[in-house]
Design a binder for this molecule. Structure first.
Ligand code: PBG
Length: 330
C-alpha cells in the first residue's frame, strides 16, 4: 500500500468530479443477471392479493405469476424463486401439500416452467413451513420438537416432486442437519443430476422475516431458534458452510443480507462456489416504509442497499426489487 501523506499532488476527489468519472472508476456494478426474484403464489384466489407489510409485493394467482415470470425474463434477471401459499384447510402436521404433485407450489412450478422454458432459472423453496399447520420448517416429534431426521425424509420426497414439476434449482431453506446430502441423493436416485442445489447454508433466526410470515400466511407460534442460527455467531456459519459444501451444495446463500454483511464477506472469501444473499422481507419493508413517510430517497436507498450486498461478496441477490431494479440498469 502506498502512503500518499507526503505527496500533496494526490487528490482522491479528482476521481469523484463528475458522474462519468465516478461511473468509470466504480469498483462494483449491478447487473440484471445478479438478481433473483422471490415470488409468492396463492392457491384458490382469483386476483393477486397485496401483502400489507410488503407494499408493492403480492401473493400471485397462477395467471399473474406467469405474467411476473415473463416480466422477469424481459428484465433480464437470472431466476425466480417460488413460494407456495396453500389453502388453509390443506395444511396438516406433515405438510402433505408440499409433496402432493397437485400442491400449489408444484402446479406453479409447472406453469412457470412451461411459460419460460430455460430462459429463466426456475427455483423452488424446499421447506415445509408454508405447508404445515404448526408453521415449523419440519415435522414434529411427540414432544413437539422439530424432528430433524424425520424432516429429512420429507425433504427428500419434496426435492423429487419439485424436480418433476420443473425446478432447475432447489433452495434448501429448512436448516435441518444433513439436508443438502439427503436432497442430493434423492435427486440423483431419480436421475436428476441436472438439478442444482442452492443451499441456504447460513440462515439466521431473524426478526426481519416478519413480513414474510404475512406473505405466506404462516401459522407459526413461537420461533425457529432451535434450527436457525443465532445472530451472535460467526464460527457457526463457517461450520454450516463447510458441511453444506461437503454434502454437495452447488451454490450457497447467506440470509438475511443487510445485517449480516460481515458474514457474507467471510463466506465469499472462503468458498469458490457462487454465493448468493437474500435481502429479505423486513429489509424490503423498512426501506419501503421509510420512503413512504418521505424520510429517505427510495430509489437511492434501494440501490445503495443492493450495492452494499454485492460489494460484500454476493454474486447473486434475491430481492423483491429484482425486476424493478434490473429495468433501470438496462
Ligand atoms: C422458509 C423461508 C423463510 C424465508 C424464506 N424461506 C421464512 C423463515 O425462515 O422463517 C423468509 C424470506 C423473507 O423474509 O423475505 N421457507
Amino acid at each position: 500500500m502506498t502512503t500518499y501523506g507526503s505527496f500533496p499532488g494526490t487528490r482522491p476527489r479528482r476521481l469523484r468530479t463528475t458522474p462519468a468519472m465516478r461511473r468509470m472508476v466504480a469498483e462494483t456494478r449491478l447487473h440484471p443477471a445478479d438478481f433473483i426474484l422471490p415470488a409468492f403464489v396463492r392457491e384458490g384466489v382469483g386476483e393477486p392479493v397485496p401483502i400489507a407489510a410488503m407494499p408493492g409485493v403480492v401473493q400471485h394467482t397462477r395467471d399473474s405469476l406467469k405474467k411476473a415470470a415473463l416480466d422477469a425474463v424481459e428484465a433480464g434477471i437470472s431466476g425466480i424463486m417460488l413460494f407456495g401459499v396453500p389453502e388453509e384447510s390443506k395444511k396438516d402436521a406433515a405438510g402433505t401439500c408440499g409433496t402432493d404433485p397437485e400442491g400449489i407450489l408444484q402446479v406453479a412450478l409447472r406453469d412457470v416452467r412451461a411459460e419460460v422454458g430455460d430462459e429463466l432459472l426456475v427455483m423452488s423453496d424446499l421447506c415445509l413451513d408454508e405447508f404445515t399447520d404448526h408453521g415449523h420448517c419440519g415435522v414434529l416429534d411427540a414432544e413437539g420438537r422439530v424432528d430433524n431426521d424425520a424432516t429429512l425424509e420429507r425433504y427428500a420426497e419434496m426435492a423429487q416432486v419439485q424436480a418433476d414439476a420443473g425446478a432447475h434449482v432447489v433452495g434448501t431453506s429448512g436448516m435441518m442437519d444433513g439436508q443438502v446430502g439427503v436432497v442430493r441423493d434423492a435427486l440423483d436416485q431419480i436421475g436428476r443430476e441436472d438439478v442444482s442445489i442452492l443451499a441456504y447454508a447460513v440462515k439466521y433466526a431473524s426478526a426481519f422475516y416478519g413480513p414474510f410470515r404475512e406473505a405466506v400466511g404462516s401459522s407459526l407460534q413461537g420461533d425457529r431458534s432451535t434450527y436457525q442460527q443465532d445472530a451472535a455467531n460467526i464460527g457457526e456459519s463457517m461450520r454450516e458452510l463447510a458441511l453444506d459444501l461437503q454434502e454437495g451444495a452447488d451454490m450457497v446463500m447467506v440470509k438475511p443480507a443487510g445485517p449480516y454483511l460481515d458474514i457474507l464477506s467471510r463466506v465469499s472469501d472462503a468458498v469458490d462456489v457462487p454465493v448468493a444473499a437474500y435481502q429479505i422481507s423486513g429489509e424490503y419493508a423498512m426501506i419501503e416504509a421509510a420512503a413512504e413517510k418521505g424520510w429517505i430517497d427510495r430509489e437511492r436507498a434501494i440501490l445503495e442497499s443492493l450495492l452494499g450486498i454485492k460489494r460484500a461478496g454476493a454474486r447473486n441477490i434475491l430481492t423483491y426489487w429484482a425486476v424493478e431494479v434490473a429495468r433501470t440498469l438496462r
